[in-house]
Each structure stands twice: as C-alpha cells, then as structure tokens.
Write a protein that binds this ligand. Structure first.
Ligand SMILES: NC(=O)c1ccc[n+]([C@@H]2O[C@H](COP(=O)([O-])OP(=O)(O)OC[C@H]3O[C@@H](n4cnc5c(N)ncnc54)[C@H](OP(=O)(O)O)[C@@H]3O)[C@@H](O)[C@H]2O)c1
Length: 267
C-alpha cells in the first residue's frame, strides 16, 4: 500500500541547501505541508517565498541544540499538527585522517549526523505510534556501508545512522511507521565547500555526481512507495555490490578514489 503525501506534515532538517532544500521542494510539490529547518534563516525564507502559499514554514534550528529542536517541533505542532514524515538530512563532514581529526570535529560530525537524528526520532515517534502511521527518512551515505579513507570518521558517523535505521525498522515492524534509509553517492551540493579541513581536502569524489533534485525525486518516490532502502548513483550502487563480493576489492577501489580526489595537505 502506498503512503499518500498530500497534506502530510514533513519536517526536514538541513533544508537551506542541497538535498534538503530539493526535498522540501519535492515534498511540497507532492502536496505535503513542509517545515523547512536549518541554521540559515535567510536561505529558508528565500525558499519559502519561492514556493509561496501556506504549506511551507521556515524554522531556524541547529539540530545539535535540544532547546531549538524542542521549539521547532512545538512550532510545527502549533502550525500544522504532529510530524508525519521526519527527514533527517542535515549533515556535515570534516576531511582528514583519524590520527589528526580533532575531538571537536569528530564530536560535531557525530552530533549532526547521528545523535541529533536519534533525538528527533525519539521526539516524533510516540505520536506516530499513537496514530499507527508515519515515516522516518534518514539521509545517510554510501560511505556508511563502505568507508572511505580521509573521511573515515564521517563514514563512521554515517555507518551509525545506517545501522540505526536498520535496527529501528525492525523495532517498528507492524506499527505502521516506516523507516527509509537513503544512501546518496556523490551529489552536486555545497557539501564539500561547507566541510571542515584537517589534513585532506576534496572538491568532490566523482565526476558522475547526481543533482540534489534527482536525489530528492528518488527520496519522495521511495517515501510514497514505502521503500526500505535506496542507494543512489551508479558508482554508489556498484561499490555496495562489490563490497558484498569482496571487501578487499571494495577497499582497494575506495583507497584509489581517496588518493586521487583527496590529496593530503601540507601540515
Ligand atoms: N553531497 C554529497 O556528495 C553527499 C553524499 C552522500 C550523503 N550526503 C548527505 O546528504 C545530506 C545533505 O547534504 P548536502 O549534500 O545537501 O550538503 P549541503 O548542501 O552542505 O547541505 C547541508 C545542510 O545541512 C545543514 N546543516 C549543517 N549543520 C547543521 C546544523 N548544526 N544544524 C542544522 N542544520 C545543519 C545546512 O544548513 P545550515 O548551514 O543553514 O544550517 C544545509 O542545509 C547530508 O546528511 C550529507 O551527509 C551528501
């Protein structure tokens, strides 16, 4: 059975840019009521005025701040009602080796990519369970199942979100609440410019990147079809399949990708 998106309340983190922004537009196009959250209010306001009407609300929220999360969810309830679809999209990476990754960068990666999504899930899940319906959409990454060197700590944070999604789906079996795990491959967004830099740097990992709009169309289609997991980009799908056949080969490929796209910086 399909999940109708018309009038659903969709709460999106990291909606000021890239994949999150494109998801806000795509869910809005599907007839949903969208709460677009991020730290950059000017960008959210620009998005809201671009879409127009009363089915989009911009809300400032740093995902790592419990008070801002609470206020954003309260605003959502007051404006639209309880959240039907939570899209945990906000993400951040720092480029560098495990050896030199500062605690502060590692903690920030874990907080944005893993701890905050868990807190938001815990906040919206009770009402979803009461209604016997809802969706948790977690935007992880291909590197959540096949790590890449020099982004190892980011890969680990995404691996945590990937495992959480799988386990949570089993915990929610039979409740009517879906969990959709999205593993994008290289996507053309400002992700690489926004990233931290320790002892490596990358512009992007592949020339064969998807546009954020293409990722968003896949997310919304999968949300409607109640799919469990999607992996995006041909290269992303390939590396996932190769890993199942040979960890050694998958590691060798990712080693070469890192070497050619993430040069070590002078220290
Ligand atoms: N681009 C890729 O190649 C790629 C590949 C695989 C997975 N992903 C994942 O896809 C997701 C979206 O990334 P993107 O590519 O669209 O990158 P992006 O364009 O840099 O967007 C990241 C979004 O996260 C928000 N954000 C960052 N820190 C935040 C915080 N503390 N609180 C609230 N929002 C925060 C940013 O908004 P503000 O700065 O306004 O807060 C922005 O809206 C991320 O989870 C990323 O890990 C990306």
């Amino acid at each position: 059975m399909r999940y109708g998106l018309k009038d659903r309340v969709v709460f999106i983190t990291g909606a000021s840019s890239g994949i999150g922004r494109a998801c806000a537009i795509e869910y809005h196009r599907a007839g949903s009521r969208v709460v677009a959250t991020a730290r950059s209010f000017d960008k959210l306001e620009a998005l809201a005025s671009q879409l127009g009407g009363d089915r989009i609300v911009p809300v400032v929220m740093d995902v790592t701040d419990p008070v801002e999360r609470e206020i954003a969810l309260r605003t959502t309830r007051e404006r639209f009602g309880p959240v039907d679809v939570l899209v945990n999209n906000a993400g951040w990476a720092s480029f560098g080796t495990v050896l030199r990754m500062p605690d502060e960068h590692f903690e920030r990666m874990l907080a944005i990519n893993f701890t905050a999504p868990v807190a938001l899930i815990q906040a919206v899940l009770p009402e979803m369970l009461e209604r016997g319906s809802g969706q948790i959409v977690n935007i992880s990454s291909v590197v959540g199942s096949q790590a890449i060197p020099r982004m190892t700590t980011y890969s680990a944070a995404k691996a945590a979100l990937t495992a959480l999604s799988t386990g949570l789906r089993m915990e929610l079996k039979g409740t009517g609440v879906d969990v959709l795990l999205v593993a994008p491959g290289s996507t053309n967004t400002s992700f690489f410019e926004a990233a931290g830099t320790v002892d490596a740097k990358a512009e992007r990992l592949s020339q064969a990147s998807y546009s954020p709009e293409r990722v968003a169309r896949a997310v919304v289609r999968s949300s409607r079809r109640r799919r469990r997991e999607i992996t995006l980009t041909l290269e992303g799908k390939l590396i996932t399949v190769i890993r199942r056949a040979s960890h050694r080969l998958a590691d060798a490929i990712m080693y070469r990708v890192a070497k050619s796209t993430m040069p070590e910086l002078e220290r």
